[in-house]
Design a protein around this ligand. Structure first.
Ligand code: MOS
Length: 749
């Protein structure tokens, strides 16, 4: 067993756990706002065309109806700034069109009217009375149909089209072992248990409060303030708890605009709770992908060329680009030639968005399946093939990784799983009547850093409150950030209260890209220094302090609750004594928002490896994942329990991706046909295996002062490939089209 440095912070219970299990944690639509009315949308049942007329007469006359918003009467908000003029603090739109802005229909399910009524039942009933007639046009419903208008997009984060060396020669030659296969993934829809929702309350004509289920309160504030041309401080967004998001609450979606419009029109606050049905059209989904991977390797397994060509989609009014190849094949293995190509198709299906590891998730599925196929073609162990092509440097940027412990992930994972006992021959590892299979895959996710600021109030009783407009999506951010605050401030964990989810707090970034712990942690680190400086400034002026007359620059935290001289370690003073002697009940400091420093001399990326066992009854080929061992290197793990949870959750979501998740569309209407949790299958307890999670490596202080690289997304990467490879090992059948449902395995008996 490899030596592992202790990188684990304490295994804290969730600070918000009791609030959640007792129902005291308030989710956005649970806030009680006086006189609140309800919104219910009417959706287009055609996928492309124009609205000819909307008859709202009988709906208007229905009981309780307060207002009906359509493109004919909707206030026209100012268009938000074009994407290229927006910075990180300006919010996110994945659907650029403001709802009800014109008579155009871009996809089935598009909101065409909003009914506001006193009760939700009245709103729903009246919405059923709205009659819309359309001039339908022939929609483009598949990527194939939209081929002629496809484009080669630029990425939102770094290049998505990559060319290093010449891939064509090795891929055409005859001396190398080659693999070329097409892998497809369907549309996947986020299904957090808390659906999206917004309560919009105009406190004045020019002052708006939103209780919004969001991953980005400051982003919602910015987008909505600009749309209504309001001073930013006149829009407040509140979101203390989120019941899961996975990316679908990162951008500002039409229902948020609709709630504010409805509240304006009706003159009362309006609650818009997106139905589970409309989560399949109104809040984004993961694009379907068609990915062709071509690999060429020498007989001893050295990669000579890798090509990853992806086709992805969004709606005509969408702009999300899923970067499948760049964020997998573009950085995973050493190869003299790497080509990544991405093609975007605009189809008349609702807009796509980020979904847990956008890009890395489908990309690693395709690449890691292809690596498994190459291992079989070479008659080489799949772990050995990865080790043979191990990249110490980022293979395209050609700079070293700050800290990469992937070899250790393979080694520890293989040992814990018992990989050495694997007979590579497909169908060779039976368990009674069941076919058994073992597969593995590499996991990876980049480290992202964003901007944040924080405020701290330290009280004379030794307690502290720290604030940042960050988010806890259910990930454990409250707990991790409380832990960081405790360490950085030097205040006991139990005495720190971390507050988030309110635009009145200092800037916090989108809870996306697994960046929250590192980004907000860095802001906490900075505000802690400012607090220690402020305490030092008080102490050096206080003749009763052991630090009297020292320079405050020579003073720092020397132990929890104490600052002291960096020069003379006998001189120190306690926070509470400094405040008491100064006659201060509390002291408050805030850090400034500033762009994070970029270190271009290194690549910052997390890695891991999954080892998976499946069992399949050949007569009823439902795949059961029975065992997973996952080893992750993500820098420091601030608090072990929620971090382990994130990996387990990500792997379970990857199992869902491999075996069951798919949004199906009616080919006639373009409407989703799977619009509830009975038809759209996600992993439940009966599907979830025992997942053994180990963290290896060291704190990554080159990345940030906390040493952590984020943990929310890496879990899902690679997992589906490990499951698909285990299924091949069990059955001898290679299914490249996800999900691997029983119908695709009917011929294995
Ligand atoms: Mo995550 S898909 O970056 O919200």
């Amino acid at each position: 067993m490899a030596e592992t440095v202790n990188i684990l912070g304490p295994a804290r219970n969730r600070v918000d756990g009791r609030l959640k299990v007792t129902g005291a944690a308030k989710y956005s639509v649970e806030f009680q706002v006086p006189n609140c009315a309800y919104g219910w949308t009417v959706e287009s049942n055609v996928a492309k065309g124009k609205i000819l007329s909307i008859d709202t007469k009988s709906a208007q006359a229905a009981p309780g109806v307060l207002a009906i918003v359509t493109h004919l009467n909707a206030p026209k908000p100012k268009e938000p700034a074009a994407k290229k003029h927006r910075g990180q603090t300006d919010g996110i739109r994945n659907e650029e069109r403001v709802p009800f802005s014109d008579d155009e229909i871009h996809y089935a399910g598009q909101y065409v009217a909003l009914v506001v009524a006193k009760t939700i039942e009245q709103a729903r009933y009246a919405a059923s009375l709205v009659k819309v007639s359309y001039a339908p046009e022939e929609p483009l419903l598949t990527m194939n149909a939209a081929k002629s208008s496809a484009t080669k997009p630029k990425g939102s984060f770094g290049p998505v089209q990559i060319k290093k060396g010449d891939v064509d020669l090795p891929l055409k030659g005859t001396s190398l072992t080659k693999i070329e296969q097409i892998y497809t993934t369907p549309t996947e829809t986020h299904n957090p248990i808390e659906m999206s929702g917004t309560i919009a309350a105009w406190d004045r004509d020019d002052k708006l409060t939103l209780y919004d289920a969001t991953q980005f309160v400051k982003g919602v504030q910015s987008v909505i303030a600009r749309a209504w041309n309001l001073p930013i401080e006149n829009v407040r967004v509140i979101c203390p708890f989120v019941g899961g998001a996975f990316g679908c609450k990162g951008a500002v979606w039409p229902h948020v605009f609709a709630a504010a419009m409805g509240a304006k029109a009706a003159g009362v606050p309006v609650k818009m709770h997106v139905t589970r049905r409309n989560m399949f059209v109104g809040t984004g989904h993961r694009t379907p992908t068609t990915q062709t991977i071509a690999l060429a390797a020498t007989r001893d397994g050295k990669l000579r060329a890798m090509r990853h060509v992806s086709h992805i989609a969004t709606s005509p009014v969408g702009d999300h680009v899923e970067s499948c190849g760049a964020r997998s094949t573009g950085m995973m293995y050493e190869s003299p030639a790497i080509q990544v190509e991405e093609t975007l198709h605009k189809i008349n299906v609702a807009s796509t968005t980020f979904m847990r590891a956008p890009g890395e998730c489908p990309g690693t599925y395709a690449l890691e399946c292809a690596m498994d196929e190459l291992a079989y073609a070479l008659k080489m162990d799949p772990v050995q093939l990865r080790l043979t092509n191990y990249a110490d440097n980022h293979p395209v940027k050609n700079v070293p990784f700050s800290a990469k412990h992937l070899k250790e992930c393979y080694q520890v994972g293989a040992e814990k799983f018992g990989w050495a006992k694997r007979n590579p021959q497909p169908r060779s590892m039976r368990d009674g009547d069941l076919l058994g299979g073992w597969g593995m895959a590499t996991k990876t996710y980049p480290a992202h850093k964003m901007e944040a600021a924080a405020k701290v109030m330290l009280r004379a009783d030794g307690s502290a409150t720290v604030q940042c407009a960050a988010h806890d999506l259910g990930t454990g951010a409250y707990t991790a950030l409380t832990q960081i605050a405790s360490e950085q401030l030097g205040v006991p964990f139990e005495k720190v209260k971390f507050e988030l989810g309110d635009t009145d707090f200092p800037f916090g970034p989108v809870a996306g890209g697994s960046n929250t712990t590192g980004t907000v942690g860095t802001a906490i680190h900075e505000v802690a220094q400012l607090l220690h400086k402020a305490l030092a400034d008080l102490a050096v002026k206080d003749s009763e302090s052991p630090l009297y007359n020292l320079s405050s620059n020579d003073i720092a935290m020397i132990a929890p609750g104490h600052i002291g001289s960096k020069i003379d370690n006998k001189k120190s003073d306690a926070y509470i004594d400094i405040l008491r002697r100064a006659g201060r009940g509390s002291i408050e400091v805030q850090s400034e928002l500033k762009e994070p420093e970029e270190n271009k001399k290194m690549a910052f990326q997390s890695f891991g490896a999954d080892f998976v066992e499946v069992k399949i009854d050949p007569l009823l080929p439902r795949v059961q994942v029975t065992r997973v061992v996952s080893v992750i290197n993500c820098g420091r793990v601030v608090t072990f329990k929620p971090a382990r949870n994130q990996i387990i959750g990500g792997i379970n979501m990857g199992i869902g991706m491999a075996l069951m998740e798919a949004t199906e569309y009616d080919p006639q209407t373009g409407l989703p046909a799977t619009r509830n949790l009975a038809d759209y299958h996600v992993v439940t307890n009966a599907d979830a295996p025992v997942i053994d999670v180990t963290f290896v490596g060291e704190p990554d202080f080159a990345f940030n002062p906390i040493g952590c690289r984020g943990i929310g997304e890496i879990g899902i990467t690679g997992a589906a490939a490990a499951v698909a490879s285990a299924i091949y090992h069990a059955t001898g059948k290679r299914v490249r089209d996800l999900p691997i449902t029983p119908d695709k395995l009917m011929d294995i008996a």
